[in-house]
Design a protein around this ligand. Sequence first.
Ligand code: GLA
Length: 363
Amino acid sequence: MTISYTAPGRVNLIGEHTDYNGGYALPIALPQRITATFTPAQIETLTVVSDRAEDSVRIDVDTVPGDVTGWGAYPAGVVWALRQAGHPVSGGTMSLTSDLPIGSGLSSSAALECAVLGALAGAAGLELDRIEAARIAQRAENDYVGAPTGLLDQLASLFGEISTALLIDFRDVAVHPVEFDPDAAGFTLLLIDSRAPHAHVDGEYAARRASCERAAADLGVASLREVQHLGAEALASVKDPVDARRARHVLTENERVLDFVAALGELDFAAAGKLMTASHASMRDDFEITTAHIDLLADTAVAAGAVGARMTGGGFGGCVIALVPTDQTVTVVDAVRKAAVGAGYDEPELSRVYAALGAGAGR
Ligand code: GLA
């Protein structure tokens, strides 16, 4: 028996660093994906090979955090988290293939976790509910790999649908499909990969999360979502001014997500674009997770004709998305390329992206 399961990367249209604050986000699944092909055997080790790595990884099915490091920690973490959740895991051989850039902020980690999870679960005959699957994959990343990330990326990978964005309410972890087809309205969603890698197993992501948690504690609430209805004025009693700015980003970003969904409902892509640009400014000024390089790419796209642009993902590098009237795409692409190279950065990689199908068996 051989099981094949594939899981896509994601682009978050808007709603950054809101997931672990019980807020809102609006991702799409990407066409680019990772496929895990698994042949189970009656053995206690799982050997994983990847078209992106030279060495294979051997994982004991009773692995514990700390056993495996590097990229192998992701599949190992999934093995561990599945067993922690009370599910059986078989040994065997697994091969991974990918057309998703690694470390670009497109959620290659979540795609890897979800692909491995789907293949292992399929082989064991498990029918995991997608929310449960997302939580198991998140646990692999949080407690095995050691990155304190939220649930955004896994949900996007598992729930993606063609021409659909996913409005996620992280308070009750509910996913609502929202039609997203800019092409039909004469707009292109342009992905600008800065090619400056980013990482979450470093201190900055955890520091942002800690700031938000301190702000919530100062306000006497478990999560910033609980003061959302009071607006940014509610933050007056947050003690540290930096924490207050971080929290202001979260509250204003949640509002922008809902406004963005409303704009999509009216097919008002110009309004949606403005919200993207405002989101970028908030990430730059209040949350301080952009870089001069990323700011240049986003600002140049807007100056050259995009109706809006913003960094997507955890920050400190990675990708920018821009919403561009389709007839201006060539102008925007040229301007962004020229500006990046002119400033001495790597030439960015630009491509058109769209909302694609989420994870599934043999897709
Ligand atoms: C990373 C994390 C997500 C989310 C985003 C920021 O992608 O994995 O959980 O917090 O950053 O929105």
